[in-house]
Write a protein that binds this ligand. Structure first.
Ligand code: FE2
Length: 284
């Protein structure tokens, strides 16, 4: 068998864990749970999806990060971001914030609505040892800054990071994990093929509909499908479907995490806690 041309199979289906974070935001956690503590280079994947304000209105009040990147992508609703240096932005449906926390950021993430549907994802992407203490950086893009490629036969691909074979390139750039982050919509019956670097780890989060891999294994809505090795993603839409396809280069480094700090060693975690307590998390 020519494994070099193999389609990446759905290797594992993950049902998320319902939990709360921040000041009581209800969410489903797919990565960063006892069942799936990481999927190198991805440390966490949360989906928040509710039209009940009690599930989200209290938001994520000020909290720190060090040693990795947080990626927030909104499907519905609005979230205001504010950090302790005064940087502020409003994330809208279809927009993305790719925040490289590096040596440290303390920020709040608060829904800017008191009714209606709030739906989105937060992904944590690791940084390699050499970049964990880099200066913080933001890449923020409004919905109309994210290119959308129509697909022959219907459907579309929004490209947040990475590029398609047709040359559509996402605006997020310069990320250590060399990520691909796509939001794909397909009509029932459509086939989707997408080449990825062989060494990248890849997953699909099914937002709506049902997909099947090249071997016919299905993945339904609100499931995370971890893809196995292969040269390309090959999926078939059994229904009208929408999904995120995310891939990144694994680092293969030790991961020591303590809440919002993710470093390589226990000593670095102790340093992060000490820096945070003494107000030096963000210091140059
Ligand atoms: Fe955060």
């Amino acid at each position: 068998m020519d494994t070099d041309s193999a389609a990446r199979p759905i290797a594992r289906l993950v049902t998320g864990l319902e939990t709360r974070d921040g000041a009581g935001v209800r969410l489903v956690r797919y990565i960063g749970t006892p069942d799936l503590d990481q999927f190198d280079p991805f440390l966490l994947l949360d989906e928040f999806r509710s039209d009940d304000p009690d599930d989200y209105i209290r938001g994520l009040p000020p909290h720190p990060h060090r040693g990795f990147e947080t990626v927030t992508y909104l499907i519905h609703g609005r979230v205001r971001h504010r950090d302790s240096t005064g940087h502020e932005g409003l994330l809208r449906a279809g927009g993305v914030q790719w925040m490289t926390a590096g040596r440290g950021i303390e920020h709040s993430e608060m829904p800017e609505q008191d009714r209606g549907l709030l739906h989105g994802f937060q992904l944590w992407v690791n940084l390699p040892a050499a970049e964990k203490m880099c200066p913080p950086r933001y890449q923020e893009f409004a919905p109309d800054a994210i290119p959308e490629e129509p697909r022959p036969g219907g459907g579309r691909v929004r490209v947040i990071a990475g590029s398609t074979p047709a040359g559509t390139r996402g605006p997020v750039a310069g990320i250590a994990a060399e990520p691909v982050y796509l939001d794909v919509a397909l009509p029932a019956g459509a086939d989707f093929r997408f080449p990825l670097p062989r060494d990248h780890r890849a997953f699909v989060h099914v937002i709506a509909g049902t997909l099947a891999d090249a071997g016919g294994r299905p993945a339904g809505a609100r499931r995370l499908a971890l893809l196995g090795p292969g040269r390309e993603v090959r999926l078939h839409a059994l229904d009208d479907s929408r999904f995120l396809l995310v891939a990144g280069r694994p680092f293969g480094e030790p991961v020591v995490r303590h809440g919002p700090f993710v470093m390589n060693t226990e000593a670095e975690i102790r340093q992060a806690i000490e820096d945070y307590r003494s107000g030096r998390l963000q210091a140059p």
